[in-house]
Design a protein. Structure first.
Length: 194
């Protein structure tokens, strides 16, 4: 699977689609939307806990993306981090208006494939995943975002820095600090259970 979230689409194809969309080709807009919608929707769903809200924000994200397409430079910018930045900003704006806390949607993050572990193993795994989810929720917002983007959304450090609008070194520090804190929280949780 490519960084852009679609197995059959490579970066050059995205650049071509973007160029065609800039030229006004309707089919290119449809293909961009079809290719990039799922990772943007998942990004939003994992943070809003609401399918309806994630759908609305994803739609708004693409409207802003398509309206700003003339300013997008495919050779300089990567489409998915650019979209994640738009989505993140829209989500923050909406959260400010609603004054509500954003949390991770466990149904999205922890869904397991059918060919996975047995029901007993899956139950045990869900307990571990639930503990991990609770541990991540205890981290400061910056560390939560950096770890989620890096490990759940599989973005590179550069892409995470683009989305968070921070220097790459700052993102590395957030990830490192977050992993250290997460390890401590998880170890404390396991010690309290034994």
């Amino acid at each position: 699977m490519s960084r852009e979230g679609a197995p059959a689409v490579i970066q050059e194809d995205l650049h071509s689609l973007i160029a065609r969309a800039k030229a006004g080709e309707q089919k290119a807009y449809e293909q961009l939307y079809g290719t990039l919608y799922t990772p943007v929707y998942r990004f939003l769903l994992s943070r809003t806990r609401s399918k309806e809200e994630a759908e609305d924000l994803a739609g708004d994200t693409f409207i802003k993306f398509f309206n700003a397409l003339d300013r997008f430079v495919p050779l300089k910018d990567s489409a998915l981090p650019y979209l994640f930045t738009i989505a993140r900003n829209l989500m923050i704006d909406k959260a400010r208006v609603k004054d509500r806390e954003l949390v991770v949607d466990e149904d999205f993050l922890f869904a397991l494939p059918d060919h996975g572990p047995s029901p007993a193993e899956q139950s045990e795994l869900w307990d571990d995943v639930d503990a991990l989810r609770k541990a991540i929720a205890k981290l400061p917002e910056g560390e939560q975002s950096a770890l989620t983007l890096r490990y759940f959304d599989n973005l590179s450090m550069k892409e995470v820095s683009d989305v968070l609008q921070k220097k790459e070194d700052a993102v590395r520090q957030l990830v490192s600090r977050g992993l250290r804190r997460l390890r401590t929280i998880v170890l404390e949780h396991h010690e309290s259970e034994t």
